[in-house]
Design a protein around this ligand. Structure first.
Ligand code: SF4
Length: 191
């Protein structure tokens, strides 16, 4: 077995990452640009590791979430996953910040029809408002028959899916949309 074959994926990433970082530092130095360095991360090796799946897209990369005292203290790629073999893209690498990030938006902004100002609203209030609008629109525009045929549908609503939802969520969303009579059911795939 040659060296390249013996080299593990982790050591390969370490080597190529280091080489790229070195080349970048040299080119920036040539232009007199000071590079910023992230503070070294001290991740305590305590707690319990839980295999999980990155929630961001349908690639479904495996993650390991380390939990201590009921808190997630680190999330990294799962080397046992056949999909990503320990790697994560930039979004997956930042998924720890889904849990811990003081900048994370926890409220929404609402501007009423005709109003020129926004008001802060909780996510629960916004979801209630969206649900209420959907019910109103459906009731107002529901079509039971068309050209003598039973159609039971509404054309006033559309549902756009997400690459972030998993199979089970897709199933439930499709069921709910069809139950409401939504015919414009689409998906945005970014892969
Ligand atoms: S967002 Fe990145 S890490 Fe997460 S599943 Fe997609 S490709 Fe993998």
């Amino acid at each position: 077995m040659d060296t390249a074959t013996r080299m593990s994926r982790r050591s390969f990433l370490k080597l190529t990452g280091g080489t790229a970082a070195g080349a970048t530092a040299v080119s920036l130095a040539a232009f007199g640009v000071k590079t910023a360095h992230a503070a070294p991360q001290k991740i305590p090796k305590r707690g319990q590791e839980f295999p999980s799946v990155c929630p961001y897209c349908a690639v479904g990369c495996g993650q390991l979430a380390m939990v201590s005292d009921g808190q997630i203290i680190n999330i990294e790629g799962n080397p046992d996953s056949p999909i990503n073999q320990g790697t994560l893209c930039s979004k997956g690498s930042a998924s720890y910040q889904l849990v811990h990030n003081e900048r994370r938006m926890t409220k929404g902004m609402y501007r009423a029809p005709g109003s020129d100002s926004w008001q802060e609203m909780s996510v629960a209030e916004i979801l209630d408002k969206v649900a209420q609008r959907m019910i109103e629109s459906r009731e107002k525009n529901f079509v039971e028959t068309l050209n003598g045929a039973t159609v039971n549908r509404t054309e006033s609503l559309a549902w756009l899916g997400s690459a972030c939802v998993d199979n089970e969520e897709c199933y439930l969303i499709a069921k709910l949309a069809r139950t409401l009579g939504i015919v414009y059911l689409e998906h945005q795939a970014r892969i």
